[in-house]
Design a protein around this ligand. Sequence first.
Ligand code: NI
Length: 227
Amino acid sequence: MMIAIPGVLSGRALDHVRTLVTGAEWIDGNATSGHQSALAKKNRQLPEDDAAAREAGGLILDALGATPLFIAAALPLKVYPPLFNRYGGGEHFDTHVDNAIRLKRGTDFRIRSDLSATLFLADPDSYDGGELVVEDTLGTHQVKLAAGDMILYPASSLHHVTPVTRGERLCSFFWIQSMVRDDGARRTLFDLDTAIQAVGADRGQDDPAIIKLTGVYHNLLRRWADA
Ligand code: NI
């Protein structure tokens, strides 16, 4: 499932994250790449242990925790500490698939990447190109969102970032291990959840049918989730 999550960051929090990361020391994006992506990738990243990057990443994790649409869609078990990249002057990232398992160097933190996330930090009018292009079974999707908005997409998909031909694309990116590993099961739970919310808004959350459907949601989650 691919879903845009609007307004993960806005106002002061967005400005704060941007100020922190733009003032930090950027390095070649290939410093942390595996062999295949090193061939495909041409961009810059912040080192994972950079203090400003960690502070900005913490702000993003706080914002995610306060975003119900993210929680409902991702059913997160673990979130990789957010990373940051920027592209300008023709930089791009050719077609690749993200690693299935991500280890955080120097720690025992590891996650299975079920979902990939890109949180856009630059105003889309401030740069040309830099679309995230995701290929799935329904075709090709081009994504370029407002600053503060995020796209969630299956980490199993092939994807690339088109060359940035004017200005700079600034993003945070990271991975999520979901409590529900299977994309189809997660999608079904999300559809059920949003339908219950919509009908509950009309009929009241104390409507007996809504209470029963809410029970169905939780009982499916109990069957399918690892917590
Ligand atoms: Ni990728």
